[in-house]
Design a protein around this ligand. Structure first.
Ligand code: HEC
Ligand code: HEC
Ligand code: HEC
Ligand code: HEC
Ligand code: HEC
Ligand code: HEC
Ligand code: HEC
Ligand code: HEC
Length: 348
């Protein structure tokens, strides 16, 4: 990524910038990377060829350039009990440990070259200014290399080194130092000042004087919805042609669902709710929504449940239709209570 693109990307991550074009161009990429569940749940054990490659990680980029190996043949040494040799001088490291390279960034760039893996989320090699240092927890400070930020400042390799900690892959797949974090920005605030990056809030749609802030609508809609005419979701249009969860996931992560554990699921995990409801559930949804005077809209085109099926993204008063106004500004913006809403679909 060019520097400018990189900076824009990071700023969008941090502030969820209000510029819609910025938002739509980064949202996809951001999701592909951020969603831990897009990674394979199980790691394949390293094969013979991969173990051989790990003996000389410094040759990997050369082999790639020569076409001797393909990108997907770069061995993944993380969370592997026999992957240690990729970074350590010995196959079975003991204290005091000896790394292959004195400069940890060079350990990583054997495999993570900018062109190979889109890895350079953040620059390295700069010294945190004083106010950053004052904010930083000790283990961030101790991980600086000659005073500079390096790859291992944010990625704590010891998490993926220690077999007893391998199960943490489920909750902290990118082995963030001090992680897991509920949102990425919490990682950023170990160093950056949160006040500098107050989140832009697209749910703020009416001024204190009670006037509609029409420019806010364009954050999600591509034409201004005429509230007198619109009867349902089918009469409005969006900035995204498909996968409407992306209207939200740039600012709110979906996995783990920010609502936390679901009844009957382990902490942080949960059923995949973003699916086409089976006939029985659909019938429940329609019957109960009508009785309770709420709406439970499905994603146009696909008929899937999406974020706005359960959450109302609008400010109270934006919707003229009372059913569509329910949940706006209520508890977690839910169209019904956090427990009650389950029964709109499930026979509990
Ligand atoms: C991708 C690179 C990488 C891999 C793979 C890796 N390590 Fe490490 N390991 C490191 C780095 C870098 C450090 C130093 C971290 C630091 O100084 O903060 C480290 C530190 C350690 C430490 C010291 C931990 C501590 O608390 O001080 C041990 C022990 C260790 N590794 C063992 C292993 C074992 C065993 C494996 C294989 C199962 C392994 N490592 C795989 C990069 C790696
Ligand atoms: C021997 C090659 C190799 C080395 C050395 C290496 N990595 Fe990786 N790393 C990989 C591969 C392959 C993947 C998987 C990429 C993918 O799935 O797209 C990966 C994935 C990752 C991920 C994402 C985790 C995941 O499960 O997808 C992080 C974060 C990461 N590496 C950081 C580092 C850091 C920091 C270092 C240096 C201390 C390092 N890596 C050294 C090959 C390597
Ligand atoms: C300031 C913190 C920070 C530093 C320094 C940093 N990273 Fe990361 N890294 C992140 C964050 C945050 C993400 C997740 C980005 C996302 O969710 O889109 C990430 C993601 C990654 C991934 C996974 C990308 C993917 O597609 O799954 C890799 C690989 C990685 N970093 C490698 C590195 C390497 C190599 C370095 C050093 C050159 C480095 N990182 C330095 C914060 C950092
Ligand atoms: C370990 C500390 C650390 C962490 C964690 C960290 N940064 Fe930074 N970041 C820095 C330093 C140091 C600079 C250079 C700042 C300077 O020299 O003024 C920087 C610069 C930046 C810049 C360039 C613009 C600027 O403010 O100078 C952006 C954008 C940025 N970081 C975003 C992020 C994001 C997004 C995250 C979380 C994913 C993050 N940072 C996490 C240390 C950190
Ligand atoms: C954060 C994204 C977002 C913003 C900002 C937003 N909307 Fe929406 N809007 C949606 C979604 C998603 C739906 C479909 C779900 C629904 O019907 O409520 C929708 C549906 C609607 C509907 C149809 C409601 C129904 O089902 O009858 C109207 C009318 C509407 N929006 C008006 C507005 C107006 C006016 C604004 C600006 C003040 C606005 N929206 C801002 C995301 C947004
Ligand atoms: C640009 C960033 C941004 C986008 C995009 C966004 N939100 Fe939000 N959201 C916020 C902020 C900031 C808050 C906290 C302020 C508030 O509650 O009004 C919030 C609050 C919420 C809450 C309440 C959280 C709580 O703890 O009470 C829910 C639920 C929510 N948003 C759902 C959505 C849905 C659904 C969408 C997509 C249709 C969406 N958001 C799009 C920034 C965003
Ligand atoms: C099937 C219904 C359902 C769907 C679909 C759903 N949520 Fe939720 N969400 C909930 C419930 C219920 C809670 C409240 C949990 C609690 O606090 O008890 C919640 C909580 C939240 C919160 C509040 C976070 C906090 O800190 O408490 C946010 C933000 C949120 N959801 C965003 C989303 C986004 C983004 C999507 C789509 C990617 C989504 N939700 C899809 C039901 C749903
Ligand atoms: C809008 C409808 C809807 C709402 C609201 C809803 N669910 Fe679901 N839920 C579904 C659908 C659809 C599935 C997919 C399973 C299926 O196909 O039967 C599902 C699956 C599940 C599963 C996986 C088990 C199974 O039957 O496959 C659990 C557990 C679950 N939901 C719990 C909850 C809880 C707890 C709540 C309230 C916080 C809730 N659901 C709210 C529609 C909903």
């Amino acid at each position: 990524m060019a520097y400018l693109q990189w900076a824009l990307f990071l700023l969008a991550l941090m502030s969820c910038s209000s510029a819609p074009e910025l938002y739509t161009t980064t949202a996809g990429a951001q999701n592909a990377r951020a969603e831990p569940d897009s990674r394979p749940r199980r790691l394949e054990p390293l094969g013979e060829k991969q173990l051989q490659l790990l003996e000389h990680p410094e040759r990997i980029t050369g082999l790639l350039d020569d076409g001797a190996i393909a990108e997907d043949e770069i061995p993944n040494p993380h969370w592997q009990k026999n992957g240690c040799i990729a970074c350590h001088a010995t196959a079975e490291p003991v204290q005091p440990i000896k790394l292959r390279e004195a400069d940890p960034n060079r350990l990583c760039t054997n495999c993570h070259e900018q062109e190979l893996v889109e890895a350079f989320i953040h620059p390295v090699g700069m010294a945190p200014p004083d106010d950053f240092m004052a904010r930083m927890p000790d283990d961030f400070k101790n991980s600086l290399q000659e005073g500079d930020v390096s790859c291992i400042t944010c990625h704590d390799l010891t998490i993926q080194c220690t077999q007893e900690r391998f199960p943490e892959r489920k909750i902290n797949p990118l082995f963030f130092r001090g992680g897991p974090y509920q949102t990425r920005t919490k990682l950023c605030y170990n160093c950056h000042d949160p006040k500098m990056y107050e989140r832009y809030n697209p749910h703020d749609q009416i001024t204190d004087e009670g006037e509609l802030i029409t420019k806010q609508c364009f954050y999600c809609h591509n034409t201004y919805p005429d509230r007198h005419k619109v009867r349902s979701i089918d009469d409005v249009s969006f900035n995204l042609a498909e996968d409407l969860k992306k209207l939200c996931t740039g600012c709110h992560p979906w996995r783990p669902h920010p609502g936390g554990a679901w009844a009957g699921s382990k902490r942080g995990e949960g059923p995949d709710h973003l699916v086409v409801p089976p006939e029985k559930i659909r019938a429940n949804m329609e019957r109960l929504a009508e009785r309770q005077h709420i709406i439970l809209p499905l994603e146009p085109g696909t008929g899937r449940i999406f974020c706005a099926t359960c959450h109302n993204p609008h400010e109270r008063g934006v919707q003229y239709k009372p059913e569509a106004d329910k949940g706006a500004d209520g508890y977690k913006r839910l169209r019904r209570g956090a427990r009650e809403i389950c029964r709109n679909c499930h026979d509990l």
